[in-house]
Design a protein around this ligand. Structure first.
Ligand SMILES: Cc1cc2nc3c(=O)[nH]c(=O)nc-3n(C[C@H](O)[C@H](O)[C@H](O)COP(=O)(O)O)c2cc1C
Length: 191
């Protein structure tokens, strides 16, 4: 039986980086660079590939279907992802799950089969510090709670939701800590 408690290094991993401006980014830029240096995963920079925000559905579906683990990497913005990733989810997942039309009873089941067993892992950076993400704190909810739409989307399409990778309190992250986050992140995706 497959043991889902560990990540498997033989899985093909697609990292969808959804940062609106990677050039001005500190955290996501460094995390992405580490993955690119190691060359073990497919790095797919959504805003650079689609500056006009018109997503090539066929290309993205093919990418999704040819990988076993999908990573959504983004800076938390208004407690969610930047809008182009939401658009990607709306267009790509919807069209896979309801390829034969929403009205057909077996459409969802067929679409679900295509994604069943793939993994979804969310990797985010947040301005808020860890202690702000709790009841009574500035952001009131935990990161797990705020990421529930991603978790339930994974459940709904038959994917396995992995433990998120989080870099919080970005203003307090030293250059040294950022280096170790980058290594930890790449190790997590490869190990
Ligand atoms: C439009 C916008 C909305 C943001 N919303 C949040 C938020 O809801 N919670 C939070 O902790 N940080 C928020 N931030 C801070 C970003 O998460 C932070 O700047 C980012 O993670 C830094 O990553 P980078 O160095 O890769 O750009 C927001 C930033 C922007 C620009």
């Amino acid at each position: 039986m497959k043991n889902h408690s560990n990540l498997h290094s033989d899985l093909k991993t697609l990292v969808i980086v959804a940062h609106p401006d990677l050039k001005t980014s500190r955290i996501n830029q460094r995390l992405t660079a580490e993955l690119e240096q190691r060359g073990k995963v497919t790095v797919h920079k959504l805003y650079e590939i689609y500056p006009d925000e018109k997503i090539d559905v066929g290309r993205e579906q093919a990418l999704l279907l040819s990988h076993d683990r999908i990573v959504f990497q983004f800076p938390l913005q208004w407690y969610s992802s930047p809008s182009l990733l939401k658009k990607w989810i709306d267009e790509i997942l919807y069209k896979i799950i309801f390829a034969d039309g929403h009205a057909k009873a077996d459409s969802h089941a067929k679409g679900r089969d295509k994604l069943k067993g793939k993994e979804l892992l969310v990797a985010i950076s947040t301005g808020g510090t860890r202690s702000m993400f709790q009841a009574g704190g500035r952001h009131n909810f935990t990161i797990s709670e705020l990421l529930r739409p991603f978790q339930q989307t994974a459940n709904y399409v038959g994917m396995i939701y992995r433990q998120p990778f989080v870099v919080s309190g970005i203003l307090e992250v030293s250059d040294e800590q950022l280096e170790s986050y980058a290594r930890e992140y790449a190790d997590y995706l490869e190990s």
